[in-house]
Structures are given as structure tokens and as C-alpha cells.
Design a protein around this ligand. Structure first.
Ligand SMILES: [Zn+2]
Ligand SMILES: [Zn+2]
Length: 335
């Protein structure tokens, strides 16, 4: 099959990806083989390729590796003990490729934190390819009314945003700021609205603020204007940070209301002072339940993915554009 292989950790401009032919993956008895129809391009793919995650999380755990972890496709082959799916079924694969099912987190409904989790495109080959295998217990049926390309981003930004908004405890009477209207941010904004909150979208980029307005943000503000605005109108109860920037994290800590919540949707490496009570909360992808709930909400038409298709062969160019902040919504690779 054709695939984008990450052969070494390096800056994306130095071409660490090779578009090449590799052997087709073979499903284990408990797995299915999926013919990939679409795979979203995530900022964390870029962070992994450039080595940011190596020291922190030990990923990628192997090289070469095929990146990509928000995947939709069609079941092509079913392993002898794989259950619940048939050839031809429309399915998706999320970041959580598999868990051990036995650790304290798996046993307490928090399998996204599994001590032995395997993650798609990070510890296992991912979706920048024509085929992937996955355990039948960790794939999801695509709702009939959702297309392959539009729904691929539900499998990372969608579920990540859904869990983030739940973790931030967003409620209907609240005011919520979302900093960074990228792949995850544009979905968090919609989930926060669905939860009934008044939403403030914050970004440096005008095209992303325009998108925020199109998908229903109550207010859309440039990052350098937001503090002035909040000084006049009051601080938000929760701030969700989805911009991969230290400045964004620091701004969130400055603007959150006393007693409020800062949800870290990105890595933060900053000094956190607690002059008043507030909570800083992390959120990491989502469980199978979160994923199924996200798909259900999307199939009800309550959230909309903004996406643009690119060819699989263009992955490196797309990642460069993403790094430069030039991708609005989600870029989706199509083999
Ligand atoms: Zn992702
Ligand atoms: Zn576990």
C-alpha cells in the first residue's frame, strides 16, 4: 500500500516523511483490516514528528512509523475472532487504539488514561496510508448520514473537544472563552454552545475568527483585543486553551474568573499562581463512550466539522501549512 512513513524525528521543513510503498498490514484474529477513506491532520502529528513528544511521552515509540490518528474507512477483512463488524461496514478509528482493560484506570471508566494504552499513529502505525488494522472492540460504526471526510475529524478533535467541555464542567448560565479556533477549538466552541454557554472565541487569525462566527460564536475576538473586552464585560467562568502556544496558556490564567476553570487542551509549561481559587484541568482524548457520544451528537446535526480535503501524497505540505497557522478548520488526507 501507499503510505507516508516518518523515518526520523526532524523539523517538518527537513522532510522527515517519505511517501512510499510498504507492505499491507495483516489483521490479527481479534482485528479488522480497514481500507482508509480519510484521515485528519492533527497538530499533535506535527509535534510528534518534530520530536516534541519524544522526551515527554516516549512517542513515537518506534521508527519508522505511519502517523495519523483520526481515521474513517471501510472494513475490508475481519479477523477470525473479531466481533460485531462485517466486510463493507463504514467505521472509524480514534487515537485510543487499544487499552489493557485491566489497570486501575480501565477499571474505573477512565480508559483514556490506561497505563498500557496504545495510540494510533504514535505507538502503532496510523492513518496516513491506504490501510490500517485495529481491534474490533476499538472501532466505531459511522452514522449513515455522515460522510467519511467530514467525520474523520470527529475521531480526534471531536472527541477531544467533547471530553474537554465535559471536564471543564461547562453549564448553561456560564460564559466560556475558547482560545485557539483550530481543529479542536472549533469543535469545543460548538460543544460549549450546545451546553448553553455564552461563548467567546479568541484567535490571532482573522479567517479562524470568521469561522468561529459562522459556527455560532457569540463573540469572536483577536487575541490582543480580548483582555480589553473582558475588562469591560466580565471574566469568563471557564477558559479552554486549544492554541499550542505558551502565550495562550498565560492569557487564559490571566482572564479566568475567580473560582473558574482553565482547561488545558495543550501542553502548558508555565508558572501557575493561585492568588484566588481556580482550577486548572487537563483532558486527554476520550474513552470509547465519549467517542460514541460524539458520533451520536454529530449524527443529530448538532455540531459541524469544517474540513478541507488534501491528497495523501501532500501530507508534508499540509503539516507545513498547519505549522504556519494557515489551515482553517481541519485538513483531511484522502488516499
Ligand atoms: Zn489529534
Ligand atoms: Zn488500562
Amino acid at each position: 500500500m501507499k503510505a507516508q512513513l516518518c523515518t526520523r524525528i526532524d523539523k517538518i521543513e527537513n522532510h522527515p516523511l517519505t511517501y512510499t510503498t510498504v507492505e499491507d498490514p495483516k489483521p490479527e484474529p481479534n482485528e479488522v483490516l480497514i481500507k482508509i477513506k480519510a484521515c485528519g491532520v492533527c497538530y499533535s502529528n506535527l509535534s510528534m514528528i518534530e520530536g516534541e513528544f519524544k522526551e515527554l511521552f516516549g512517542i513515537p515509540s518506534k521508527l519508522p512509523i505511519i502517523p495519523g490518528h483520526e481515521i474513517t474507512g471501510i472494513v475490508e477483512e475481519v479477523g477470525s475472532s473479531a466481533k460485531g463488524f462485517h466486510r463493507g461496514d463504514r467505521v472509524g478509528v480514534q487515537v485510543l487504539w487499544k487499552t489493557d482493560g485491566t489497570c486501575e484506570f480501565c477499571l474505573t471508566g477512565r480508559e483514556n488514561l490506561c497505563l498500557n494504552r496504545q495510540t494510533t499513529g504514535e505507538t502503532r502505525d496510523g492513518g496516513y496510508a491506504e490501510y490500517i488494522t485495529a481491534p474490533s472492540s476499538f472501532i466505531y460504526r459511522l452514522p449513515e448520514n455522515l460522510g467519511f471526510e467530514e467525520s474523520a475529524p470527529l475521531f480526534c478533535p471531536g472527541v477531544t473537544a467533547y471530553r474537554a467541555v465535559k471536564r471543564a464542567n461547562v453549564r448553561f448560565e456560564q460564559k466560556v472563552a475558547i482560545i485557539g479556533i483550530g481543529g479542536v477549538g472549533h469543535m469545543s466552541l460548538q460543544f460549549a454552545k450546545l451546553a448553553g454557554a455564552e461563548t467567546i472565541a479568541v484567535d490571532r487569525d482573522e479567517a479562524k475568527l470568521k469561522l468561529a462566527e459562522d459556527i455560532g460564536a457569540d463573540h469572536a475576538l483577536a487575541a490582543d483585543k480580548v483582555e480589553e473586552y473582558i475588562a469591560k464585560t466580565g471574566k469568563p467562568d471557564a477558559v479552554l486553551v486549544h492554541a499550542p502556544s505558551q502565550k495562550a496558556v498565560e492569557q487564559a490564567l490571566r482572564i479566568v474568573k475567580r473560582g473558574g476553570t482553565v482547561l488545558m487542551g495543550v501542553l502548558g509549561n508555565t508558572r501557575i499562581v493561585f492568588p484566588e481559587e481556580y482550577s486548572v484541568v487537563g483532558s486527554v482524548i476520550g474513552t470509547r463512550q465519549d467517542m460514541n457520544e460524539t458520533l451520536k451528537i454529530a449524527s443529530m446535526g448538532k455540531i459541524k466539522v469544517d474540513w478541507t480535503p488534501y491528497k495523501l501524497s501532500e501530507a508534508e505540505d499540509v503539516l507545513i501549512k498547519l505549522k504556519q497557522g494557515k489551515i482553517v478548520g481541519r485538513a483531511v488526507l484522502v488516499p
